[in-house]
Design a protein around this ligand. Structure first.
Ligand SMILES: [Zn+2]
Length: 189
């Protein structure tokens, strides 16, 4: 098994990615112009097959929650998940640069979509392109948000693979949080 396929190496890379995107500068706004801190976006709630959660608590008030057709970008999130505003910073920066993919999802939704950890990692590469300022990512998405999530209205413990990770990924959560913390410290944040 190559190092790239090792679950611990994958987990560590995803943790460092989340730390790196935290260095992105939020879009500036001209004096006198007030606009929301994140682009317009439609939240797609995916009913959680484990706990039945099917609500939403978007981090921004102007985000709508809908299943209707839309021309806006979408973010699919489990009905029991909660995202911090900071988690969507890369998404806001991508929109500002005109490099906005049209469909995002959380890692939990990616896993539910049938992705293994390797596929989740690959679907987060758009954020690497953003940090490196390499323009638009390759591929068509959906793109996965490189961020921990928490249980909506409940636990504060950040989970890198969603509220109900498979046991193999749940066991890697401490590693993820440790690597993320170290990476943030190295970046001087
Ligand atoms: Zn759930």
């Amino acid at each position: 098994m190559s190092p790239a396929e090792d679950p611990q190496a994958l987990t560590a890379r995803m943790a460092r990615r989340e730390a790196r995107v935290n260095r992105l500068i939020a879009p500036d706004q001209p004096p006198g112009v007030i606009r929301p801190p994140a682009p317009d976006l439609v939240v797609r709630v995916v009913t959680c097959p484990t706990c039945g959660g099917d609500g939403a608590d978007p981090p921004f008030e102007h985000w709508s929650v809908s299943r209707a057709e839309t021309t806006l970008p979408t973010l699919s999130i489990l009905g029991c998940e909660w995202l911090t505003p900071r988690a969507v910073l890369p998404l806001a920066v991508a929109a500002e640069r005109g490099a906005m993919p049209s469909a995002y999802r959380t890692r939990a939704v990616a896993l539910l979509d049938g992705c293994d950890l390797r596929a989740v990692d690959l679907s987060e590469r758009w954020a690497d392109a953003l940090v490196a300022d390499r323009g638009s990512p390759d591929g068509a998405g959906p793109w996965t948000l490189p961020a921990v999530t928490r249980v909506r209205g409940g636990g504060r413990h950040p989970m890198f693979a969603g509220p109900h990770p498979p046991a193999s990924l749940g066991a890697l959560n401490d590693l993820y949080l440790d690597v993320r913390l170290m990476a943030l410290a190295e970046e001087g944040i």
